[in-house]
Design a protein around this ligand. Structure first.
Ligand code: FES
Length: 104
């Protein structure tokens, strides 16, 4: 079990228990943070849009072309934009920081 730190849309930081094999979206949603995830993690809805702390963003697997299009279409794209359902938690990500993007 690890931890991720999530900044919500009110600027409040939450330390969330993170289990290996769960996606970041599932970790956020399980903790009750307002991540709609209407497509259930299928990389379709982009309601799980987050900004990964730059310190951690570089170490992640790159966005797929589909993910790239979706995060750009949100209107809130940043270089550190990711869909949280597309990143699986692993021990290397223990301590990762992210911020919830504005609602789509
Ligand atoms: S939950 Fe729909 S794109 Fe991530």
């Amino acid at each position: 079990m690890g931890v991720i730190h999530a900044l919500d849309r009110d600027g409040v930081e939450h330390a969330l228990p993170a289990r290996e094999g769960l996606s970041l979206m599932e970790i956020l949603r399980n903790a009750g943070l307002p991540v709609e995830a209407t497509c259930g993690g299928q990389c379709i809805c982009s309601t799980c849009h987050v900004y990964i702390d730059p310190h951690w963003a570089d170490g992640l697997t790159p966005r797929t072309p589909t993910e790239q299009v979706l995060v750009e279409d949100t209107g809130h794209f940043r270089e550190t934009s990711r869909l949280a359902c597309q990143i699986e938690f692993s021990p290397e990500l223990d301590g990762l920081k992210l911020e919830l993007a504005p609602e789509y």
